[in-house]
Design a protein around this ligand. Structure first.
Ligand code: ADP
Ligand code: NA
Length: 330
């Protein structure tokens, strides 16, 4: 396969993907299958960097995989797997930790954010070393491109630095991955607080649309979205964050640009827009949920899909690790 290679992962730390995960990431993963050799993993090793419940983790790993499949990841085309099934991630992760400086890791803003919310003794070395493991995730596959959001740019920069450092100390081994700016990726904001991004860690569940929520509940959340005191439906993310967020969501589901939608809604009110967004969402999630249920009804088959994905991933990752180990003197 001569196509450029992509690696991306998603954490199994919630019961459902939210709309931001889909419109900001997974939708583009689906599209990339057409043009790139793709490796997609459910990053369960990253999920234990904070305290976790094993039963819940196992369930969420399957639910994550089922959602990826239901949303269009095709296991015939992409290698879809759980990170822990490919031990090379942890093995190369250790190597990357040994190349990462303490100061360098301390400067990661995501670590600063996550650790500032925790008591000292709850901050694990795993959380601190997270970006080094993430570097290994990428470098295992010699990925040329990594789809990243703004929040992941610093980690990708670290990955490049680590690859470069390894190459210059031990000989050329790793491809330096480029950030891949996702075409059509939409940043989705919290429905109740449209100044912040929709996130599973956000305070109000009313602001988050989970794909696996009861569609009626999601429709209601959209109808209750915070907007502003004006009346015109105008796409202006700075001044009219709430309305613009709704236009972006509708745009993703209809293929009309936010500006085209602005024209479509001349003379109409916020209620009309919300109704249409809610309808589009329900229409989208209903069949997705049915597919997720059917994948989860047959976990034996789902586990087989993941096992096959892990096998494909290991073919590549084990070659990379063997080369790296050899360079290291193992
Ligand atoms: P969260 O921010 O809810 O913790 P993750 O960090 O697990 O979500 O994100 C998984 C993927 O979804 C990442 O690629 C991330 O960039 C993307 N993503 C998360 N939230 C949003 C959002 N509100 N809008 C667009 N993309 C998002
Ligand atoms: Na995040």
């Amino acid at each position: 396969d001569r196509r450029p290679r992509v690696l991306s992962g998603i954490q199994p730390t919630a019961d459902s993907f939210h709309l931001g995960n889909y419109l900001g990431a997974v939708r583009q993963w689906v599209a990339l299958q057409e043009t790139h050799e793709t490796f997609y993993c459910v990053v369960d090793l990253h999920a234990i960097t904070v305290e976790h419940d094993p039963k819940l983790l196992r369930k969420r790993t399957r639910v994550s995989a089922a959602q990826l499949l239901a949303l269009g990841i095709d296991p015939e085309r992409a290698a879809l797997f759980a990170q822990s099934h490919v031990p090379e991630h942890a093995q190369l992760g250790w190597v990357m930790q040994c190349l990462t400086g303490f100061g360098e890791a301390s400067r990661m803003t995501q670590f600063k954010d996550k650790s500032s919310k925790q008591a000292q003794d709850r901050i694990t070395l795993g959380l601190f070393g997270y970006p080094s493991l993430q570097a290994a995730d990428i470098l295992c596959y010699q990925a040329t491109h990594v789809p990243v959001g703004e929040d992941q740019r610093q980690h990708l920069e670290l990955t490049r630095d680590l690859a470069q450092r390894f190459n210059s100390r031990f000989g050329k081994t790793f491809v330096l991955p480029e950030p891949y700016i996702l075409k059509d990726a939409a940043k989705i904001y919290d429905l109740q607080d449209p100044g912040s991004k929709m996130s599973k860690s956000s305070s109000s569940p009313a602001g988050i649309v989970d794909l696996l929520d009861d569609p009626k509940v999601s429709a209601k959340k959209i109808r209750s979205a915070v907007t502003d005191n004006e009346r015109e439906i105008v796409y202006d993310p700075e001044r009219k964050a709430g309305v613009s967020n709704l236009l972006v969501v509708l745009s993703a589901f209809t293929g009309r640009t936010p500006l085209q939608l602005q024209d479509d809604y001349v003379g109409k009110g916020y209620g009309d827009l919300k109704k249409d967004v809610a309808e589009a969402l329900v229409e989208f999630v209903t069949p997705v949920q049915a597919r997720v249920r059917s994948y989860l009804d047959d976990t034996a088959e789902l586990d087989k899909v993941l096992a096959r994905g892990a096998e494909r991933a290991r073919e590549v990752a084990s070659r990379t690790l063997a080369r790296a180990y050899d360079r290291l003197g193992f």
